[in-house]
Design a binder for this molecule. Structure first.
Ligand code: PEP
Ligand code: MN
Length: 270
């Protein structure tokens, strides 16, 4: 079957995903922020509070970190998930976090957006399982996956009857090593033309460098992204994972001002 016939490319699909009282897509911008990993209650609370104070509308953090190296910090697991859910309730904001396996689906019943990480984009049992929950899903592009493969993974979810899918461009592997990945900005513009599904950019994993998060967020907005997801840490230099790409609370504030400015400028041109 040709890619053109995919349900994910059907222009009658809803172009907005609703998460509690936050909307994503069709002019509604998602600003997702939080630390890479839950490290402790205090670190998480401080990071998420600064995200809220900066104007983020969705919180993020990883409780289960599926790291490339078995010797890297792998998160606090179930205890981290509990902290994350409890702080998101306290701050009255929806939360997105990564599902580590199909066995965890039941534990994720209080998670607002279930994240499928880059390493699991083609984990078909997981795509079916998140689809069946009916919950919004943030589907991250695998770092060696084509746009077509991303769409085919989204199609697995849609085939369960769940259309609450948000695609995420998080950078791909190329010959370039100066940045952690190569931020494929053209995929954002491409996907915006082809599908109604909202698309969010992750400039943190895409570049691996905190100083590139602001400029690449602006680039993502210019390309038509419906949101960004960024990593922040109260003390990036002490982060247990991905510290190089974490922005400080001050930088998060500056980014928030950029977003407001760029969204306004864009809307003036529309
Ligand atoms: C993340 O967003 O926490 C993450 C691990 O990203 P990715 O799956 O894109 O590497
Ligand atoms: Mn990370």
């Amino acid at each position: 079957m040709g890619i053109d016939k995919l349900k994910v490319l059907d222009k009658s699909l809803p172009s907005q995903v609703t998460v509690s009282d936050v909307k994503i897509g069709d002019g509604a911008f998602a600003f997702m922020a939080g630390p890479c990993a839950v490290e402790s209650y205090e670190q998480l609370y401080t990071a998420l509070l600064s995200a809220k104070n900066s104007g983020a509308n969705i919180l993020r953090a990883g409780a289960y970190k599926l790291r490339t190296s078995p010797y890297s910090f792998s998160g606090l697991g179930d205890a981290g998930l509990e902290m994350l859910i409890s702080i998101s309730k306290e701050l009255n904001m929806p939360v997105v976090t990564e599902l580590p396996s199909t066995d965890h689906i039941e534990l994720f019943k209080n998670v607002d957006i279930i994240q499928i990480g880059a390493r699991n984009m083609q984990n078909l049992p997981m795509l079916n399982a998140v689809g069946k929950t009916g919950k919004p899903v943030l589907l991250k592009r695998g770092f060696s996956s084509t746009i077509e493969e991303l769409l085919l993974s989204a199609e697995y979810i849609i085939n369960t009857g769940n259309t609450n899918i948000i695609l995420c461009e998080r950078g791909i592997r190329t010959f370039e090593t100066a940045t952690r990945n190569t931020f494929d900005i053209s995929s954002i513009a491409y996907l915006k033309n082809r599908t109604n599904l909202p698309i969010v950019a992750d400039p943190s994993h895409a570049t691996g460098l905190s100083e590139l998060v602001r400029p690449m967020s602006k680039a993502a907005i210019a390309a038509g992204a419906d949101g960004i997801m960024v990593e922040t840490h109260p003390h990036p230099e002490n982060a247990l994972s991905d510290g190089m790409q974490a922005i400080s609370p001050d930088e998060l504030n500056a980014l928030s001002n950029d977003i407001k400015k760029y969204l306004n400028i864009e809307s003036k041109f529309l």
